[in-house]
Design a protein around this ligand. Structure first.
Ligand SMILES: [Zn+2]
Length: 188
């Protein structure tokens, strides 16, 4: 449904998606491009992008459990909003992007050189706002193995987040622009 005129969105038709920054988070709007262009508003979007609307498919019982688990884990981690998990959240999001489950829609560099990346779930259209903490390459494999341990159930969230963080803070000397090269895909 269009967030402005409240009429249905058409499958495979263009759609404008907008993040509206609120005091305690973000509101996601999906609108007809004409509605977005013409409707009056008194705020500037935090982010906006054009895409193609795809109507949510009927629930697919054959969907593999593993992939559900990976994006379920991301939802859960984001809802926890635990700074100790920021590296894990980011690496998991990148792994989901590489598995074509998420697509990156926007990236905003912060004054401290971290980047806010906005991912969209290809199937459900949800948006995920993920901080890219600019992990140093030498820390990346540790984070990846934590993500894999969480996905495979060999570690709990408590075990991962209570682990003392070494040099993840103040990693301002990261020299690469954009993303490092994390793993290929969540463990199958
Ligand atoms: Zn509309």
């Amino acid at each position: 449904m269009c967030s402005i005129c409240e009429k249905p969105l058409v499958d495979r038709a263009p759609v404008v998606s907008v993040l509206h920054e609120l005091q305690d988070g973000y509101e996601r709007l999906d609108c007809h491009p004409e509605c977005w262009k013409t409707a009056p508003r008194e705020w500037e979007p935090f982010s906006s992008w054009e895409g193609v609307y795809s109507a949510p498919p009927p629930p697919d019982k054959k969907e593999t459990l593993k992939k559900e688990t990976a994006d379920e884990l991301l939802r859960h981690l984001i809802s926890l909003d635990d700074p100790a998990m920021k590296n894990v959240v980011y690496v998991l999001a990148v792994m989901l992007e590489r598995s074509k489950i998420l697509v990156e829609r926007d990236a905003k560099e912060q004054p401290d050189r971290t980047i806010i990346r906005i991912y969209e779930h290809r199937r459900t259209g949800e948006s995920f706002i993920v901080l890219d903490p600019r992990i140093r390459l030498e820390n990346l494999s540790d984070v990846q193995s934590e993500v894999v341990a969480l996905l495979s159930g060999t570690k709990t969230l408590g075990e991962v987040s209570s682990k003392p963080e070494d040099s993840a803070e103040g990693n301002t000397e990261a020299t690469t622009n954009g993303k490092e090269e994390p793993a290929t895909a969540p463990a199958e």
